[in-house]
Write a protein that binds this ligand. Structure first.
Ligand code: 4NP
Length: 167
């Protein structure tokens, strides 16, 4: 399973989501990969916002080594799941997918926690609410993982069934 976290600048929300998921993958021994990117490219080559690094560090997640990059056409086909932080990111990535001519599984991350409400992760860049954003992402990520494991389980069951039918 390859997952890409996406926000506007790739220096606040998606790096925190990336770091949180990375930690949970490690803790739960999952064979998954995660990366993050931004839709704007405004902070290409930069480390995450110092406030995001500090709050994450206090909560046991190291995001200090991440480097901001803009999402690319190739990302669309390279990830099984693209998790976006807000509706504007969603529109951007959907458009990129159309232009690339590649279908992708693009989801608002908050829909895993509050289904069908199309809620956004509030951007802490402007209001400084980094701790709130981190906690929201941390809680939501458990729902993401639970849902993906259930999906995987169903896919594996189907694969077993098909194999047995072919014997
Ligand atoms: P992010 O937050 O999308 O969560 O990384 C932002 C980072 C930078 C800017 C806006 C939002 N900016 O205007 O530079």
């Amino acid at each position: 399973m390859k997952i890409l976290m996406v926000c506007l600048g790739n220096i606040c929300r998606s790096p925190m989501a990336h770091g949180i998921m990375e930690k949970k993958i490690r803790e739960q021994n999952l064979d998954w990969e995660v990366d993050s990117a931004g839709t704007s490219g405004w902070h290409d080559g930069q480390r995450p916002d110092a406030r995001a690094v500090k709050v994450s560090k206090n909560k046991g997640v190291d995001i200090s080594d991440q480097i901001s990059r803009k999402i690319r056409y190739e990302d669309i086909g390279n990830y099984d799941l693209i998790l976006v932080m807000d509706v504007s990111n969603y529109q951007y990535v959907m458009e990129l997918s159309t232009q690339a001519g590649t279908k992708a599984n693009i989801q608002l991350i908050m829909n895993f926690r509050y289904p069908n409400r199309n809620m956004s992760v509030p951007d802490p860049y402007y209001d400084d609410k980094f701790e709130e954003a981190f906690d929201l992402l941390d809680e939501t990520m458990d729902y993401v993982i639970k849902s993906l494991l259930k999906e995987n389980y169903t896919i594996n069951l189907l694969a077993d069934y098909t194999r047995n039918q072919c014997k």
